[in-house]
Design a protein around this ligand. Structure first.
Ligand code: ZN
Length: 289
């Protein structure tokens, strides 16, 4: 099963002072947008059976770039996709852009595909949209560690400029823009992996039930069978999951608990996959507060 480094730009503690903007006394962190997009990219990847590997947690403190790179390389990711929004001192600069490392033709094709999807969605494009990253002194600003030091095909998407009023409105005040960027990003990633995009999510997007959802399995008879089950699940799914012992009477019953999903539909999708793969009974837990 393919593994994708779903890289959420920056950490929640990077703004203030940098990677964000103040408007009318209110702070807007780039990371907040990156995290919202990253979580939705994860849902798209999971429903296509692709592992989403995240070195940087959503709304968590910054993970240093060298640690991110080490994580993606250690997990042998097939592709790394880094989600960002851009900033420019010139407030007129706007639009979508994407970077790939010079010489990686596959990454270039994926970048061109992403820009094509952005154009089709009617979004403004920054320059011609596709930018080559190098370690040349002249273009030092394109020398991104996440592209330079990862062993996989890697891309860094700049989904508009939060320094531009029009882009700002999309990035921070238009929830459907997050869905749009996540879909364009996921489609580009899957294109790079050679995985066919499934349109099914359009309906799911329309009927999304937002909240905090978790899946628990039925019980396994003992710790040993639970451990075996976890081994199997770990190979196919890469949730942060924890096992828990339900102590009822004398017999502890063992279950697997997945990490959380941000929509009911995404959780139901994974329940279906678990049922198909292993035939296990599962339960949906609604932890929405
Ligand atoms: Zn950024």
């Amino acid at each position: 099963m393919a593994k994708v480094g779903n890289d959420i730009g920056h950490g929640i503690d990077t703004f203030p002072p940098s990677k964000g903007v103040f408007k009318k006394g209110k702070g807007y962190a780039e990371h907040t947008f990156n995290a919202a997009v990253g979580l939705k990219i994860r849902e798209h990847l999971q429903r296509h059976g692709v592992h989403s590997m995240e070195a940087q947690g959503a709304n968590k403190p910054e993970v240093a770039l060298n640690n991110r790179v080490r994580y993606y390389n250690a997990h042998n990711c097939d592709l790394v996709w880094s989600t960002h929004a851009n900033y420019n001192d010139n407030k007129d600069v706007k639009g979508m852009g994407i970077f790939y490392w010079k010489g990686n033709e596959k990454a270039k094709r994926i970048a061109e595909y992403y820009i094509r999807l952005c154009r089709e969605a009617g979004l403004p494009i920054w320059g011609n949209g596709v930018f080559e990253s190098t370690n040349q002194p002249k273009s030092h600003w394109t020398n991104f560690a996440i592209l330079r030091d990862t062993t996989s095909t890697s891309l860094l998407a700049e989904n508009g400029f939060f320094s531009n009023d029009e882009d700002f409105e999309r990035i921070f005040n238009t929830p459907s823009y997050i869905d749009m960027v996540a879909e364009i990003s996921a489609k580009s990633i899957l294109y790079g992996l050679g995985v066919q995009w499934k349109e099914g999510n359009k309906v799911a997007t329309a009927t999304q039930t937002k909240g905090t959802f978790r899946i628990k399995t039925g019980t396994f008879p003992n710790a040993r069978s639970l451990a075996d089950a976890i081994e199997r699940v770990k190979k196919d799914f890469e949730f942060m999951f924890n096992e828990a012992a339900d102590t009822t009477g004398f017999n502890p019953n063992y279950r697997i608990y997945t990490g959380t999903f941000s929509t009911k539909e995404a959780a139901e999708d994974v329940r279906k996959q678990i049922k198909e793969k292993y035939g296990w009974m599962t339960y949906l837990i609604d932890e929405t507060k």
